[in-house]
Design a protein around this ligand. Structure first.
Ligand code: 5GP
Length: 219
């Protein structure tokens, strides 16, 4: 009997305000063959988040102990908190032939690219700078200073898009979910190449009017 196929690790990154968590939840709900890699973080749980399901919530000492023990595939500091993917979070499902979705920011994605070349990288884009700004403000409570800071971080993250295998625009949620699912299924079937052109970051960014349009404040 041949060995079971090893699963594929899909890394999905996006600037805050792009709607990445919603897209990921829908992808996970609609495809039974892929599961979420549950990260460790030192940030406090938000309302409705469950320990062990959304994140493993740990304190800094525990996180640092895990770093020292070599437990992480990747880890990074983001807005003052530590986040990381343990090898334990992904090895068992991959081994069992299940695909895994890593919803992680760009510094961590760089580490995965180095350490796990077989992973596939998807970058989710906001439709425009104006829309990103609107979504960041729509969260409500943030001050202008916080919004400005987040836009600055978003601009820095967006510049990483060309390092990814695929770019998907989250203009309409249904469409973005369908696009990510198409990528997952094509890769799973060994046909990733067939979508490489349609979702190549170069091409998608061009169709969006160039990276500058996503980075610049509306004039
Ligand atoms: P949040 O605090 O809003 O849940 O996440 C903040 C950022 O950290 C998001 O960009 C999210 O994708 C990223 N993130 C979540 N888990 C991990 C992880 O395990 N590693 C890395 N590098 N980033 C993560």
């Amino acid at each position: 009997m041949s060995a079971p196929r090893r699963g594929i690790a899909f890394v999905l990154s996006a600037p805050s305000g792009t709607g990445k968590t919603t897209v990921c939840k829908r992808v996970l709900a609609e495809d039974r063959g892929i599961s979420l890699s549950v990260s460790h973080t030192t940030r406090s749980p938000r309302l409705g988040e469950r320990d062990g399901a959304d994140y493993h919530f740990v304190d800094r000492a525990e996180f640092e102990r895990l770093v020292a023990a070599g437990a992480f595939l990747e880890h990074a500091e983001y807005r003052g908190n530590l986040y990381g993917t343990t090898l334990a979070a992904i090895e068992a499902p991959l081994e069992a032939g299940r695909d895994v979705l890593l919803e992680i920011e760009v510094q961590g994605a760089r580490q995965v690219r180095r350490r796990m070349p077989s992973a596939r990288f998807v970058f989710l884009l906001p439709p425009s700078r104006r829309e990103l700004e609107r979504r960041l403000r729509a969260r409500g409570t943030e001050s202008e200073e916080v919004v400005a800071r987040r836009l600055e971080i978003a601009a820095r993250e967006l510049r990483e898009v060309f390092r990814y295998d695929y770019a998907v625009v989250n203009d309409r949620l249904d469409r973005a979910v369908a696009d990510v699912l198409a990528i997952v299924r094509a890769e799973r079937g060994g046909a990733g190449g067939s979508l490489a052109e349609r979702f190549s970051p170069q091409r998608v960014i061009e169709a969006q009017g160039g990276l500058e349009r996503l980075l610049d404040a509306p004039g």
